[in-house]
Ligand binder design. Structure first.
Ligand SMILES: C[S@@+](CC[C@H](N)C(=O)[O-])C[C@H]1O[C@@H](n2cnc3c(N)ncnc32)[C@H](O)[C@@H]1O
Length: 963
């Protein structure tokens, strides 16, 4: 729940968080998910695609320090001391000790006792500093490693003193961040926090991105109440570790809250209470029906002027009259939106007493409440009720305060009381539902399920009782939009607009609904109308800004926020929006200025704490960027790609081509750019050699993300790139293959052809020696289609290459061919054909052998089908170069199109490539799409790997271009 709205619960629309775009800005601040905060300030990009965050995985990540250190020394072989080294030391004892060690380990080694066993025997602990220094570096490192391992053993046995000694000795041999960090762990466990910090500092001076040391130091800082330092360390650790350690993320969250709470408390103590922005107050006051100004007085403008001119002068007026005048002046100031003055006048009116004491106190209580002092406000509302028990409004206001306190029972009672007094007061129904709606939004759905439904009823009632209450319509429209199909909300807005065409609020919130539906142009129209009607309202500007930002126009978004801030510099919506927009562009420093403004204008402690948390998160990011510039670059790149900031990416690429990395989920910058539709960035990345065909851990290509999100141009661009690269590689591959052939002349599927095959008993499967599916029954409908294509009529000459299960051949037979030639290379398949009597069929001619070797036995055909197994695209291409010699002028050729069939994009690329290659030999290709669904696990049971994962088969039909 947004803290901002919790504290001004009655403000109708701003409350309606789920709906409001603005609310999303507020939620952004109120959101306690600090991981999100910090990631956002650092690197995270908000996107709908679910791909946001990638940091270095291509290069050694900081984590690897863990693996690198210590263990790498284990394999070091023993080096004999050179005579030069011994001579330099000049101390015999060193030499002798060291020689002893050497002899000792050589002896053990000679006995076949290696590794740890040897190392454990050696008494490194007994060496003096001078002796240590005399040792050759590798030997020292090895000794250090042994000592560290012993230290680890002691640590595991919780013998921390012994462990500290061993780590200290290890450090003496060879300082290493792990040793310091391990010793720090011992100090931490014995509550020597300052020593822990010192050791971690040493560890980090040797390896600044050593996550364990950062965490340890952070924990020690926390223990010694150095929260700011702890936060910086936890933040760095989280970013370096890609937020993978939940415990650290939780620690960062906790520290951030602690700091914000401490600071918030301090600030609140010194802070003078202040009213929210005038816009905010107006929205709040407007959510109650206006009372006529001249409730009790005739117009006495001259006297009011006097009071306004000489504010503290009491002379010449009796106290009651003065009180009345102040009260009236307050009403006027409210009309003029001069709320501070109105508040002051109300205070005076209450102090001097006036005829309308109940109203004056109630109104003063309202300002007290708006300042954030709910306890004092409650007192004023209660006093107003005491003075005028049939006064409905203070009941409603008291109810909303009770709701803020979570006291549902009392809240409900207050509304009930109000209804008893005046069942026809529309304010009651309206605010009751705003209040309970809020509660509903605060709670999990099952708690107050149905409240929203009740809300619509109350809004309706509120409108019935006062059909000129604009917020009633707005809220009703919103409730309908949430509960019913979107059109219901739209219709209510349209209906409301007929009545309230001049209401800026109506246009603004209707615009928000349209924006929520992504109907940008219509939304913009409504926002413009709202601005035209009420230039002093920052909300439509901010809405326009958010819409512009959604459409990647950050500059316009910033400009619009600036306008909103001109209108209301303290705006509790424009300031957060501006900071969010800046942060998402990586302008954290600039954003901080606006976050600080939010801190400055926050009126209540929870609100303040929420802003402070965000400010602290931003600061800790800036701190990280300063301390880890190399990582900061990467973070910038993430943000830049996500937000489409091409200039920053260009700059980064100029500095370092390898600055853009895939994350640990395999999501590459290209994936992100495609998902977000940044076509220029896609081109830039491709130009810089980013692989077009990278797949993430879900097996998805960047192009698929582009397609899913409707960026068809980008998809085409990648398709072209894929074809271009594959054609080049194809040429290169071909050359290599030719070279290879010259050398050994072996077929590409030699393994397959020389090893046994298995036919399933029911004849629906043919598997190779590794259980790869050579041919499977689910392909039958496809083979039927292929047969139909290559046999347009009876009595034709047909050629099929690759018998497999004989599915297509069985089908071809049905078209009564004049001749039916089958080439088959595998002996097992050939045997199977004979066993099945294919050689006895009068029109059938079997040619046993590889197609490559039997071309001279072929004639010309009306229909040709090609479907072999275990060959490469180069083989298919070679066949395509030969095939036109055997296809009659009017003939039709087709082939099994399993090219790239494990990924839709690769499939597309290969379909294009094959089409081009066929065109090279004078054939035009048409693909017809056939729906297939071999997704049933049963189909693939016992088969190694699914060779088909697509839902559509693109069946190729090739004919001579001239035909
Ligand atoms: C996928 S199956 C064909 C399935 C067939 N279309 C059907 O309807 O059952 C591939 C067949 O091609 C054969 N084959 C593989 N390489 C060959 C080659 N170079 N020449 C001829 N046949 C080959 C295999 O032995 C296998 O029988």
């Amino acid at each position: 729940m947004s803290n901002l709205s919790t504290n001004v619960s009655n403000q109708a629309i701003v409350e309606n968080k789920e709906f409001s775009v603005l609310q999303s800005v507020k939620e952004f601040f109120a959101n306690r998910d600090i991981k999100f905060y910090v990631a956002l300030t650092g690197a995270l990009a908000i996107s709908g695609a679910g791909l946001y965050y990638y940091t270095a995985s291509k290069s050694p990540r900081p984590k690897s320090s863990k693996k690198k250190k210590g263990k790498s020394q284990k394999g070091t072989t023993r080096t004999n001391v050179s005579s030069a080294e011994t001579a330099q030391t000049g101390t015999t004892s060193v030499l002798s000790t060291y020689q002893n060690l050497t002899v000792q380990s050589s002896y053990l080694a000679a006995k076949g006792i290696r590794g740890k066993a040897i190392e454990e025997e050696i008494q490194y602990e007994i060496l003096s500093q001078a002796e240590i220094e005399a040792m050759p570096p590798e030997q020292r490192a090895k000794a250090a490693q042994v000592l560290k391992d012993r230290g680890n053993d002691a640590y595991r046995q919780r013998n921390y003193d012994k462990a500290v000694k061993l780590y200290t000795q290890a450090i003496a041999f060879h300082p290493n961040p792990v040793f310091y960090s391990n010793r720090a762990a011992c100090y931490f466990n014995t509550e020597q926090f300052y020593k822990t910090i010192e050791d971690c500092k040493k560890a980090l001076s040797l390896d600044p991105s050593y996550v364990k040391a950062l965490n340890r130091r952070a924990a020690a800082y926390e223990q010694t109440n150095q929260f700011q330092e702890a936060l910086y360390d936890y933040t760095a650790s989280c970013i370096l570790d890609n937020f993978s350690n939940e415990a650290t993320v939780a620690s960062m969250d906790r520290t951030l809250k602690t700091i914000a709470e401490i600071k918030g408390r301090e600030l609140m103590q010194d802070r003078k209470k202040r009213l929210p922005s005038s816009r905010f107050i107006k929205a709040y006051l407007d959510s109650y029906r206006n009372e006529p100004l001249q409730e009790f007085f005739s117009n006495r403008d001259d006297e009011i002027a006097e009071i306004n001119g000489e504010k503290d002068s009491q002379s010449g007026l009796n106290s009651e009259e003065n009180g009345d005048l102040y009260y009236k002046s307050a009403r006027q100031k409210i009309q003029e939106l001069d709320y501070s003055e109105a508040f002051r006048a109300l205070d005076k009116a209450v102090e001097l007493e006036c005829t309308n004491m109940a109203q004056a106190i109630e109104m003063r209580g309202t300002f007290v409440y708006l300042e954030g002092d709910t306890e004092r406000a409650l007192k004023d509302f209660s006093k107003a009720i005491e003075l005028k028990p049939d006064f409905v409004r203070p009941y409603i206001k008291r109810a909303s305060i009770y709701m803020e306190k979570g006291n549902i029972q009392e809240t409900w009672q207050e509304f009930e009381e109000a209804i008893k007094i005046n069942p026809n007061d529309p304010d009651i129904y309206y605010h009751r539902q705003v209040t309970f709606c809020k509660r509903y939004l605060q709670c999990t759905l099952h708690f107050l399920t149905g409240e929203l439904q009740k809300a619509t009823e109350d809004y309706r009632k509120s409108i019935e009782l006062d059909s000129y209450f604009v917020f009633g319509y707005i809220q009703l429209a919103i409730a309908k939009y949430k509960l019913e199909p979107p059109e219901a909300g739209i219709d209510t807005f349209k209906e409301g607009l007929q009545k309230f065409d001049k209401s800026a609020d109506m246009h603004n919130y209707y615009g928000e609904l349209l924006l929520d539906l992504q109907r940008f142009d219509e939304a913009m129209e409504q926002f413009d109308k709202a601005i035209e009607l009420q230039k002093s309202n920052p909300l439509p500007y901010v809405n326009k800004a958010l819409a512009a930002f959604q459409r990647q126009d950050a500059a316009q978004a910033e400009e619009l926020c600036r306008k909103a801030l001109e209108v209301d510099p303290d705006s509790d919506v424009a300031n957060p929006a501006m900071s969010q927009i800046l942060i998402q562009q990586g302008k954290t420093e600039a954003a901080l200025k606006y976050i600080e403004k939010c801190v400055e204008v926050a009126r209540t402690e929870p609100e303040l704490v929420a802003h402070l948390q965000f400010a602290e998160a931003a600061r800790s990011h800036l701190n990280f960027a300063r301390n880890y510039p190399q990582f900061a670059d990467r973070l910038t790149s993430i943000r830049a790609i996500s937000s489409g900031d091409i200039q920053s990416i260009k700059k980064l690429l100029e500095q370092d081509e390898n600055v853009l990395y895939s994350d640990e989920n395999g999501i590459s910058p290209l994936h992100v750019a495609c998902a977000k539709g940044h076509s220029e960035i896609v081109s830039l990345l491709l130009e810089h050699g980013h692989p077009w065909n990278a797949i993430d851990d879900n097996g998805k290509t960047a192009a698929e993300y582009a397609k899913e999100n409707g960026y068809n141009e980008i998809y085409q661009r990648l398709l072209e790139e894929g074809c271009r690269v594959e054609l080049i590689l194809g040429l290169l591959g071909r050359k290599n293959q030719e070279e290879e052939k010259k050398n050994d002349g072996k077929p590409s599927n030699e393994n397959f052809l020389t090893r046994p095959l298995k036919y399933s008993e029911d004849g629906t499967r043919l598997l190779d020696y590794e259980n790869n599916g050579v041919m499977m029954g689910w392909e039958k409908p496809l083979m039927e289609k292929h047969a139909q294509i290559i046999c347009p009529r009876e009595n034709l000459d047909i050629l099929n290459i690759g018998f497999g299960l004989g599915l297509i051949d069985t089908e071809i037979q049905k078209y009564k061919p004049r001749t039916h030639t089958i080439i088959e290379a595998h002996p097992d398949v050939y045997k199977h054909m004979i066993a099945e009597g294919w050689h006895l069929k009068p029109d059938v001619k079997i040619i046993f052998g590889r197609w490559q070797d039997v071309l001279d036995q072929l004639e010309t055909y009306d229909g040709i089908f090609f479907d072999t197994f275990g060959e490469f695209y180069q083989d298919l291409r070679e066949f395509h170069e030969e095939m036109p010699n055997f296809l009659k002028n009017e003939g039709i050729y087709s082939f099994f199109n399993g090219l790239g069939a494990t990924n839709p994009f690769f499939h597309d690329v290969y379909c294009q490539i094959v089409e081009m290659h066929l065109a090279d030999v004078g054939l035009k290709t048409k693909f017809i799409e056939v729906k297939i669904d071999p997704s049933d696990d049963e189909i693939w049971n016992g088969v190694k790997g699914r060779y088909w994962t697509l839902d559509t088969y693109r069946l190729p039909i090739c004919e001579f271009m001239t035909s």
